[in-house]
Ligand binder design. Structure first.
Ligand SMILES: [Zn+2]
Length: 77
């Protein structure tokens, strides 16, 4: 009588899927994605690296640490 390996194989694929998900979710990226969904005027606890104006966590992470004005200038150069 031959034992079926189907359940064992299924368990193995579940394990590798779990490990895959584990490597995909870098905690750094998760932290950064939090600020991506924040409004531009939320968490205004940072300063523009160019003109020292108050900037939000969103700008710090996604606008190169600059206020909207400096970021726009940098990108139109
Ligand atoms: Zn600025």
């Amino acid at each position: 009588m031959k034992k079926s390996k189907t359940i064992e194989e299924e368990e193995n694929s579940l394990w590798s899927a779990g490990e895959f998900a584990e490597t995909m979710s870098s905690s750094d990226m998760e932290e950064k994605m939090k600020t991506f969904h924040k409004k531009h005027d939320e968490n205004v606890d940072f300063n523009c690296k160019k003109c020292n104006a108050k900037i939000s966590a969103h700008n710090k992470d996604w606008h190169g640490g600059m206020c909207d004005d400096c970021f726009n200038k940098e990108n139109t150069l």
